[in-house]
Ligand binder design. Sequence first.
Ligand code: F6P
Length: 318
Amino acid sequence: MDRIAVLTSGGDSPGMNAAIRAVARTCVYNGKECIGVMRGYEGLIEGDFTPLNRAAVGGILHRGGTILKTARSERFRTEEGRKIALSKMKDAGIEGLVVIGGDGSFHGAKLLHDLGMPTIGIPGTIDNDVAGTDETIGYDTAVNTALEAVMRLRDTASSHDRLFIVEVMGRNAGFLPLEVAVAAGAEYVVVPELPLSIGNLCQKLRASHENKKSHTLIILAEGVMTANEMKDKLQDTGGYDARVTVLGHIQRGGSPTSFDVVLASRMGAYAAESLMVGKSGLMVGNVNHRMTLSDLERAWSEQKHLSPELLNLVEKLN
Ligand code: F6P
């Protein structure tokens, strides 16, 4: 295999650039060529390719976002779109592909693998909702970004004796909100994985208000409901004056943490080398601190579970 392509797809996440750099430089190190595909699967269909030599990936290690840009492609969902993509890759002499993205992006990677194009996935999403890896690229950075914002909210919540409902991203998963809740010492966390009783939550809030707990933080996963909806539902909180904050896309931007840079560098190098030794249809994972490969299908067929220990901690330590 002499020419390997790399693309980023789905929502961007901090550390994607470090992964692109690692794929490109591992190719150079092994005497291979690396090609960057612009705007994910859209660029594959349009043949929007750019050579990634050593210099092309210089100075991007700590940059947020993705230099290759990213998109969610409707055309690639069609057989026709995939056929065009494959022929564009063949015309460009591309013999293998690294896909950096979440579970949706891995569906596309698997389809290409089934069509005979060697493909390896790298999990990159702030949601951390991909089975087969302990962490996805960008998750740690997003936790720290959200944490910084929540700690600021805690300051003003405490000055005004207020209740804050903070809506945190994560799509349909609670990994990001749960980690933020523990790190921020939030009183409550509401995640899609656990049933929610509004009545119960109101009762707890009333009790804590009676116990003279002046301010309270609820970390709410966006997959449950919006923070405004929750504020409307929390009718009787015993007197707390409630405010709502939606952290939104702030959580997706910024320079990656050292953890994400190192994780992305390891995953990028491992993915490129796996392709070079003939592996395909697999995703890279970090399991118990070691690089692993597992079937791409795991990303969407297996549910990754929240840590019961962390869930208990929020309850115990609030
Ligand atoms: O998957 C990453 C993510 O940021 C989710 O947490 C969020 O629900 C979604 O993407 C937002 O997508 P968009 O950028 O298309 O609004």
